[in-house]
Design a protein around this ligand. Structure first.
Ligand SMILES: Nc1ncnc2c1ncn2[C@@H]1O[C@H](COP(=O)(O)OP(=O)(O)OP(=O)(O)O)[C@@H](O)[C@H]1O
Ligand SMILES: [Mg+2]
Length: 258
């Protein structure tokens, strides 16, 4: 059974795309995972991954100008992605039902589909939630972001979606920040990721790679790994550790001349 997981938030700029790209990249190591840029008004998966001018993308598929497989790319990090760009004209005539139908069709052939959603509670963000089975809320440890996250959770519950948990991103540790317990109490859902403010995230965007590829041992990457193990089970962490041990073993053998 395929799973569609929507990465969303109430407030903009909290780190949805960073989270979606990182989780899809790590999930892709274990399961056939596709990342779809479902943020059609301000798509930015492209910006994070540095895709060149695309011949075909999501909007072509939605308007019957391309087949879905023509708009799916394998990024150099290994991540499978369907990017989007949209003009004002496209958006004016956008039928969100078509987007939902497409996501439904793409379930065949993919174990997990990760949707990078728009912020807020507009039609676009709600459609992405409706097309999903599970929802991950991204927030920052500040009251305005958490209050907006609360509204998103309310809508998710109203439309009967399973909220997997909350990722608190850009934690600096400053005493002015909300504590994890306070956020959990306010939202009524567990925090499944505590991602620090990490300069490697910004550097990786400049390098056009998921941080989990560019600096897999960074604090942010490790925390995204923790989130992934909560999505697909602790086996993920074990196999990653095994891979690391294997590569260390191979390195030692090489140094010994084998
Ligand atoms: N953990 C982090 N540490 C440092 N910088 C971060 C972190 N997470 C995200 N950023 C930076 O914050 C900015 C916004 O992140 P991102 O684009 O992921 O947010 P978003 O929620 O998708 O925004 P939008 O609502 O516009 O779609 C980017 O410059 C990104 O590099
Ligand atoms: Mg975004």
């Amino acid at each position: 059974m395929s799973r569609v997981i929507c990465i969303t938030s109430g407030k903009g700029g909290v780190g949805k795309t960073t989270t979606a790209v990182s989780l899809a990249h790590l999930l892709g190591k274990e399961k056939n995972t596709l990342l779809i840029d479902a943020n059609l008004t301000t798509p930015n998966v492209n910006i994070h991954l540095g895709a060149p001018i695309l011949k075909k993308h999501l909007m072509h598929v939605l308007t019957d100008k391309a087949k879905p497989e023509e708009a799916i790319y394998t990024h150099k990090s290994g991540l499978l992605v369907m990017p989007a760009t949209a003009s004002l004209h496209d958006l004016k005539f956008m039928d969100y039902e078509t987007l939902k139908d497409l996501i439904f069709d793409l379930r065949t052939g993919h174990d997990i589909i990760v949707l990078d959603s728009a912020a807020g509670l507009g039609k676009e963000a709600i459609s992405a939630m409706e097309a999903s089975d599970e929802i991950i809320i991204v927030t920052n440890p500040e009251l305005s972001a958490v209050v907006d996250a609360q509204k998103t959770i309310q809508v998710a519950s109203e439309i009967g979606k399973l909220v997997l948990g909350v990722v608190v991103n850009k934690i600096s540790g400053h005493r002015s920040e909300m504590k994890i317990k306070e956020i959990e109490n306010m939202l009524g859902f567990p925090v499944i990721g505590e991602v620090p403010y990490d300069i490697n995230v910004k550097i990786s965007v400049k390098k056009n790679h998921p941080v989990t590829h560019h600096k897999k041992n960074s604090k942010a990457s490790k925390e995204f790994g923790t989130v992934v193990s909560q999505i697909i089970g602790p086996k993920y962490t074990e196999s990653e550790e095994k891979k690391e041990k294997n590569s260390l073993f191979k390195y030692v053998l090489k140094m010994l001349g084998f």
